[in-house]
Design a protein around this ligand. Structure first.
Ligand code: LR7
Ligand code: MN
Length: 576
């Protein structure tokens, strides 16, 4: 992620503890030669499922395949086995200077073979999993704008080297109006020499990644579309687990675990398989820890597919017909952002399933900022895309987005009538259904009394997060009436929250703080009495007070005394 407020994925290591195999045994699958299979042969693939027929994969579209042998380590070369590159001190200056061009260390990347080997980092159980003998083919779609040569081609080679050849229909590289010479004819000449059919498509003008992907999808001749970013490395056995889920249910969209390729050394670092995708009020995609609830559903099996509320957006496989049936992408979205949550909500609300397959691993170079331009301005574009997503899919919860990000209420959303018609046509469920059934852990409160500013009657100042982090005290400041840091929700679970932080009085003396909401009441439970205008802390029965004496910018807890400094209004003076 490179958007505003982006936090790069943290490095962590996979623990390998296994469980029961979720996929069926391929030895039980029908044995036959190449070519079409009969419908009844596929019945074997469906046992134990309660799917309706439109999720069944058409059997004549399936292929036999065999796994690829691992890429051998090239001795003495840089970065082999996924190791990082150590730079000589005299290279540092040049490295720093060139870092800006891609927002990663291009010198390190250029030192590493396009065919470099990686450690087989899969959990033990994954290595012995059996996949269906017959699976659909896939086309790989990689969009890019001004990507570096070595990262782009290493992505391509990792696909070629680690995907079963009979399942790999073609690779489509979509150049989104890059301005780098080597991405022109040189790239076309190079791909002509590759052992797998690879095409370069070009958008006429800068289209953004969403429309570039749509152009790529149009040219796909395989059965499944697999999207990748242009700076990835696919690990051993990455493709089979993705396609296997789609054979079982055509309406499953599957993501790999996204490992971290260091933007500095290009070391390949395994990511945790215990994280899934969520989002916050600002509609940023975020990684969160997989809750116990989902582990229970998976029988504690860490190799079983993980149902994730949202996906990061760049790396996933989807059946081609399902992609279009589901409404592909919103063409009104520009450059970068929003399409990942838009598609995630759409998949779940309209009858599909979104998963992460813990046995599939693909590395991605996570960058701390964006190297390319956003014509029209980064925040304008991201706000525009997110507003479209909020207007079409989020029902009343769109207000949380506009409240915390007031800049978005003024951007032009454009015409969303086609997307609303799509939601109607597909008979999609409500956002409430999504929050209740798919993402109850979300920080979007299901039921709430109030969303707006909380103003002290005495000082006429407002509670303000001051953009502080979890654990710090809540601020008080002049009520600006713009929302943002002064927006709080008072929920039916008695929380007073701003995004994922809750007003918390764990310090009985001293200022009240903002701490990550835990949903367990305790120090985070408050009762607003609209007659007395008090905000009472449930467990201590004390009142929230704007203290002018000790620290005039702090809110504290004190014995309730009916004073004006303990009176608060929850009245919105702004419109979203
Ligand atoms: O105008 C553009 N045209 C493009 O073709 C802008 C970008 N692109 C290409 C770009 O070259 C790259 O290949 O689009 C791809 C994604 O852009 P990145 O790599 O600059 O951004 P990112 O890695 O932060 O993108 C993440 O969020 C995006 C939101 O729109 C997309 O969903 C990306 O696919 C997504 N990447 C991933 O999910 C990989 C894991 C990152 C995380 C979290
Ligand atoms: Mn990327």
């Amino acid at each position: 992620c490179i958007g505003p407020n982006c936090k790069a994925k943290s490095n962590s290591v996979v623990n390998s503890d296994g469980g029961v195999n979720d996929l069926f045994d391929a030895s039980a699958a029908p044995r036959m030669g190449w070519g079409p299979v009969q419908d009844n042969m596929l019945d074997r693939f469906k046992h134990g499922s309660d799917r309706s027929d439109d999720t069944t994969y058409p059997s004549h579209l399936l292929m036999r395949w065999k796994p690829m042998p691992p890429v051998r380590e090239k001795r003495g070369k840089h970065g082999e086995g996924g190791r990082g590159v150590t730079m000589k001190p005299e290279q540092e200056a040049l490295m720093k200077q060139k870092f800006k061009e891609n927002q990663f260390n291009i010198i390190a990347s250029d030192m590493i073979s396009l065919n470099r080997s990686l450690q087989d980092i899969r959990q033990g159980e994954c290595k012995s999993k059996q996949y269906p003998t017959l699976m659909p083919t896939t086309s790989i779609v990689i969009v890019f704008h001004n990507e570096a040569w070595s990262t782009l081609l290493r992505t391509v080679w990792s696909v070629i080297n680690r995907s079963p050849r009979s399942l790999l229909k073609e690779i489509l590289l979509v150049d989104d109006a890059s301005e780098r010479d080597f991405l022109g004819k040189k790239l076309e000449d190079y791909v002509a020499t590759l052992p797998v059919e690879t095409k370069v498509l070009r958008t006429e003008k800068r289209s953004g990644l969403i429309r570039a992907r749509l152009l790529g999808a149009k040219h796909v001749t395989g059965q499944v579309i697999t999207f990748l970013d242009a700076h990835c490395e696919c690990a051993d056995g990455w493709l089979e687990p993705l396609l296997a889920r789609i054979v079982l249910n055509r309406k499953t969209v599957v993501c790999p675990v996204i490992d971290v390729i260091s933007d500095d050394t290009f070391e390949y670092v395994t990511a945790s398989d215990m994280t899934w995708g969520g989002f916050n009020w600002k509609l940023n995609f975020r990684w969160y820890r997989v809750p116990q609830r989902e582990m229970t559903r998976r029988n504690q099996d860490r190799t079983a597919p993980l149902r994730t509320p949202t996906m990061a957006g760049g790396l996933f496989s989807i059946d081609k017909d399902y992609f279009y049936q589901l409404g592909s992408y919103d063409e009104g979205m520009d450059i970068w952002g929003g399409e990942n949550l838009e598609m995630s909500f759409r998949i779940w609300m309209c009858g599909g399933t979104l998963e992460i397959s813990p046995c599939s691993h693909v590395g991605h170079v996570f960058r701390k900022s964006t190297p390319y331009t956003f014509p029209g301005g980064t925040s304008h574009i991201v706000n525009h895309n997110n507003a479209r997503l909020a207007e079409v899919w989020m029902d009343e919860w769109k207000h949380f987005y506009y409240a915390i990000n007031p800049g978005a209420s003024n951007v032009e959303v454009g015409d969303v009538s086609e997307r609303l018609a799509l939601r109607e046509k597909l008979k999609c469920k409500s956002f409430r259904w999504y929050l209740e059934n798919i993402y109850p852990e979300s920080q979007m409160p299901l039921d709430y009394y109030y969303l707006g500013e909380i103003k002290n009657v005495d000082s006429q100042q407002c509670l303000d997060t001051m953009s502080r982090k979890s654990g710090e005290k809540v601020g008080m400041s002049y009520c600006h009436g713009l929302g943002g840091n002064q927006v709080f929700a008072y929920t039916k679970r008695s929380q007073i929250m701003s995004d994922d932080n809750c007003l918390d009085a764990s310090n009985i003396v001293g200022p009240v703080s903002l701490i990550r909401c835990h949903g367990l009441e305790g120090n985070q439970a408050w009762v607003y009495d609209s007659k007395e205008m008090t905000i009472k802390h449930k467990t201590t029965d004390q009142c929230l007070e704007h203290s002018m004496s000790a620290d005039q910018y702090a809110a504290i807890l004190n014995e309730c005394d009916g004073s004006r400094s303990q009176q608060w209004t929850m009245k919105s003076n702004f419109h979203w």
